[in-house]
Design a protein around this ligand. Sequence first.
Ligand SMILES: Nc1ncnc2c1ncn2[C@@H]1O[C@H](COP(=O)(O)OP(=O)(O)OP(=O)(O)O)[C@@H](O)[C@H]1O
Ligand SMILES: O=P(O)(O)OC[C@H]1O[C@](O)(CO)[C@@H](O)[C@@H]1O
Ligand SMILES: [Mg+2]
Length: 446
Amino acid sequence: MNEIKHTVRPEDTLIPALGPAKIVNPLTTMKAPEKRGFTFLDDDSARVLINPYSCEPDADGNLPASLEKAGPRRHIYFDPTKLKAAIVTCGGMCPGINSLVRSIVLQLYYMYGVRNIVGVRYGLQGFIPSYGHDFIDLNPKTVQSIHGRGGSFLGMSRGPQPMDEIVDTLERQNIGLLFMIGGDGTLHAAQSIHQEITNRGLKIGLVAIPKTIDNDICFVEMTFGFQTAVEAATRAILGAHNEAEGAPNGLGLVKLMGRHSGFVAAHATLALTEVNFCLVPEVDFDLDGPNGLLQALNNRMTARGHAVVVVAEGAGQKFFHTDHAEKDPSGNVRLGDIGTYLRDRFSAHFADQGVELNQKYIDPSYMVRSVPANSGDRIFTGFLGHHAVHAGMSGRTGLLISLWNNHYVHAPIPLAICHRKKIDPCGGLWRAVLESTGQPSLKNEA
Ligand SMILES: Nc1ncnc2c1ncn2[C@@H]1O[C@H](COP(=O)(O)OP(=O)(O)OP(=O)(O)O)[C@@H](O)[C@H]1O
Ligand SMILES: O=P(O)(O)OC[C@H]1O[C@](O)(CO)[C@@H](O)[C@@H]1O
Ligand SMILES: [Mg+2]
């Protein structure tokens, strides 16, 4: 169940449109569409409740907030024969980026008849002429075999680029529809680009598809690539467990990605119920003191002789006192390395007691996000790509495609960037983690 803590007004869920959709969708005239089972959505009626448990109107008769269902519309805004579409991938890598790009290209090309599609190289840099990254022509041939590969075929980047120059390029290149694939930073950039397009009165559509292995985007049940990343993380945990079990006082310590949200760590912990301590950014813990992690590790070693600790990279940042935190080019704070910090503290702690510790530290790092997508994520990116194209061709703009309460929906970008999705320490996911690990509270004060 999606846990939403803030109020959404129905007006917050409205999707901007470039203009009236007057062109008959070519999908409606394909041979025997009824045999293919195409369903065309009636623009106003198909909506998905944000909170499925609140479907009654309020005291004033207002209906609860809902999101527009994604899918093909009978009429579209863009003339496919005249449209030039572009795809850009920004931020860090994520399994499934290539299959998503392929899905968008094939849908545009075969289903809508769009022949002019370009790929923007290396994220937002690709829009800035001084970098000299030329666009790539995208068509069924150029994307033919990219879906099986990890990484990003188009290339990605971090770092700010001037919004006005990006929109200048869109105008100069005659791009009518832009697909932006990226995480929270990209969605902020997408909102600024959309704003600049609107300010200039341009008819350029912008559709975002959220991408992040951190799975930390609001109003997005799950991002593509997340399940593949969890699977890769699980392999690291299995290695840590096997090493720990095979040595006296064996300790396997695994550090996983997750800057502000520990979803990868939590899910990987649940996937392989061998983890004894799972540490995430959302839940504070102490190291020293009677309830601290070091004492808890002592207890575990005495009881069982081996242990596995999984830590998300954003956990325990209070142990690093930095007033002027360094930032990466996109403005993301560079975190203290909690993995090596814990490794050294564990070693010192057991050495101080004169107790042998066989610690193995595993940081799978980029290996969890640069791998090819698994089948589930490939299927997922297929749907996301198709829905992004349906939305863009219909003239909808300033939106992202999301999976919500098991339905593909359109969410306005501002809704997705108003908060960051985090694990609720009082919610079902964290309770399941605590039940799986059996870890006690690691805080000294009550
Ligand atoms: N607030 C913002 N306004 C405009 N552009 C932004 C903003 N935040 C980030 N960007 C730009 O968006 C792009 C991607 O941002 P970032 O590097 O943070 O990755 P991301 O999309 O959050 O993905 P990841 O999940 O990998 O972090 C970068 O080029 C960055 O400069
Ligand atoms: O080293 P980079 O490319 O800045 O990326 C690291 C970050 O990217 C993410 O994988 C999100 O894409 C985070 O989990 C991680 O903190
Ligand atoms: Mg980000």
